[in-house]
Write a protein that binds this ligand. Structure first.
Ligand code: HEM
Length: 123
């Protein structure tokens, strides 16, 4: 599976949406959703692109049994987190953001395990 392409394509889509929201905030002079914009850009674009580039730099990561679940969890929770923040701001209910944050953390922990087990030894 080309995890690098999955991560970088998703990251670029998040950047397009995040930048669109940023342009809208600037035009409308309404910065209410700045935390949504920030998490789309930093979790969606920066973090997912970093995972993609690390898969390019350390191809051994793709051989891990955790690679598929980690990719799915990272992509889903990085999209769910900004959505959950927007939902929390609109409804005062933070449950989606809380679950997404735990997903983001679990994906990071899984990537750490993959890195220690596979990539570190392959270089
Ligand atoms: C077309 C590109 C972009 C535009 C038009 C844009 C616009 C904005 C605007 C209008 C704000 C709110 C400023 C305020 O509250 O006074 C903001 C905040 C922010 N932006 Fe962007 N931005 C862009 C790209 C990015 C990118 C690529 C990143 C990160 C990789 C980023 C990260 C942030 C962060 C961290 C904040 C602060 C959020 C907060 O205070 O809660 N932005 N941006």
């Amino acid at each position: 599976m080309r995890y690098d392409l999955i991560f970088i394509t998703t990251a670029l889509l998040c950047l397009l949406v995040g930048e669109s929201l940023g342009i809208w905030m600037g035009v409308a002079h309404d910065f209410t959703f700045a935390p949504v914009h920030a998490h789309l850009n930093l979790l969606g674009w920066v973090t997912l692109a970093a995972y993609g580039l690390m898969h390019r730099a350390y191809p051994a990561l793709g051989a891990s049994r955790l690679a598929g679940p980690q990719c799915a969890l990272a992509v889903l929770s990085s999209v769910a987190m900004p959505s959950g923040i927007a939902y929390a701001m609109l409804t005062q209910n933070p449950i989606v953001a809380i679950v997404a944050a735990l997903g983001v953390f679990a994906a990071t922990a899984a990537f750490m395990i993959m890195f220690v087990r596979k990539a570190r030894l392959a270089v």
